[in-house]
Design a protein around this ligand. Structure first.
Ligand code: E4P
Length: 215
């Protein structure tokens, strides 16, 4: 399973990219807003200059014409741009047009297997089920990821599944076990994945044992 980073913060993106653990980036309007008043296109262009992989940038329009217009503009920023479109009727129309033009798309805010099926029907490159937000309201978010994987596998659907709204390291393990193509993970969770108390304790003992004799 590939890992994308779920942020618009350049420092976090740089650090994760330098470590070599991520192959793409997802942003959304909330994450972009956290970076202040910076021009969206400049920000996305800078992200694309750091990570050589898919960079999802989301449209703000809610009508299909506006989404298509914005999507075409975003796609011109860099060949790696993936236009993120919300799962609505208008969004489906927009993804159909953008995919027919060869523009890569990521259908976002997916909360049911049927929505994922529809995203595939209109040729979305990626579908993003939101795990944490389903867990928040008492539904099993990861069950949605495994249902979508099962359906996509039955029909040989090529749309890739990005497990999104990841809140903790266990979500990442579960997404991998469910067969998700990608998990998009906040920086904090990527760093939590690195840590294990036995690794720290083991390293400390190795170094102490060595120093006790050699120094
Ligand atoms: C997905 O692409 C979204 O950017 C993101 O995963 C949403 O996560 P949240 O529910 O933690 O806001």
């Amino acid at each position: 399973m590939e890992l994308f980073i779920d942020t618009a913060n350049l420092d976090e993106i740089r650090k994760a990219a330098e470590m070599g653990i991520i192959t793409g980036v997802t942003t959304n309007p909330t994450l972009v807003a956290k970076e202040g008043k910076r021009d969206l296109k400049d920000l996305i262009a800078e992200i694309a200059s750091i990570v050589n992989g898919p960079i999802s940038a989301e449209v703000i329009s809610t009508d299909s014409e506006g989404m298509v217009r914005e999507g075409r503009e975003l796609s011109k920023i860099h060949p790696n741009i993936v236009v993120k479109i919300p799962m609505t009727e208008e969004g489906l129309r927009a993804v159909k047009v953008l995919s027919s033009e060869g523009i890569k798309t990521n259908m976002t805010l997916i909360f049911s297997a049927n929505q994922a099926l529809l995203a595939a029907r209109v040729g979305a490159t990626y579908a993003s089920p939101f795990v944490g937000r389903l867990d928040d309201i008492g539904f099993d978010g990861m069950k949605l990821v495994s249902d979508i994987m099962e359906i996509y596998n039955i029909y040989g659907i090529e749309t890739k599944v990005i497990a999104a709204s990841i809140r903790h390291p266990l979500h990442v393990t579960q997404a991998a076990l469910a067969g998700a193509d990608i998990a998009t993970v906040p920086y904090k969770v990527l760093m939590q994945m690195v840590k294990h108390p036995l690794t720290d304790a083991g390293l400390e003992k190795f170094l102490n044992d060595y120093r006790s004799v050699k120094e």
